[in-house]
Design a protein around this ligand. Structure first.
Ligand SMILES: [Ca+2]
Ligand SMILES: [Ca+2]
Ligand SMILES: [Ca+2]
Length: 143
């Protein structure tokens, strides 16, 4: 009985935490709080993410650095389910093919992603567009 109640309490407390994580990501990018992420806000968010992933600060993000960043965020399992490794993700936007992402390559890649997510082309991505765009991107990239 006690154990069951504990499991229930855990399940209840874990679910909102997961939902909040996605919401937080959107909110952290929506810096002016108007409920939509503009391309400038998205670019700033992408730059912040790049800096965070570049653990040795050499101006390039390797697959290992990306893996470590995702693992630290607790998204490793999700990434594995999407069947897209960090190396694959890098390949998608590694325009000079050196196997690493420069800040410029990452910026260009996230700009492309922003354009793909902005379904109605108004230069802003709402939370719904972001969710739908991510799902689509992950599916089409899943080969
Ligand atoms: Ca905004
Ligand atoms: Ca690096
Ligand atoms: Ca590169």
């Amino acid at each position: 009985m006690k154990l069951k109640r504990l499991t229930m309490a855990l399940a209840i407390s874990l679910v909102p935490a997961l939902a909040m994580a996605a919401d937080d990501k959107f909110k952290s990018m929506d810096t002016d709080g108007d409920g939509a992420v503009s391309s400038a806000e998205h670019a700033a968010g992408a730059q912040k993410m790049f800096t965070k992933m570049d653990a040795n600060h050499d101006g390039a993000v390797t697959a290992a650095e990306m893996d470590a960043a995702w693992a630290a965020k607790g998204k490793g399992d999700k990434a594995a389910k999407m069947k897209m490794s960090s190396a694959d993700k890098i390949k998608e936007i590694d325009t000079d093919g050196d196997g690493k992402l420069s800040a410029a390559e990452h910026a260009a890649g996230s700009q492309k992603m922003f354009a793909a997510m902005d379904a109605n082309g108004d230069g802003k991505v709402t939370e719904a567009e972001m969710q739908a765009g991510h799902d689509k991107a992950m599916k089409s990239a899943g080969h």
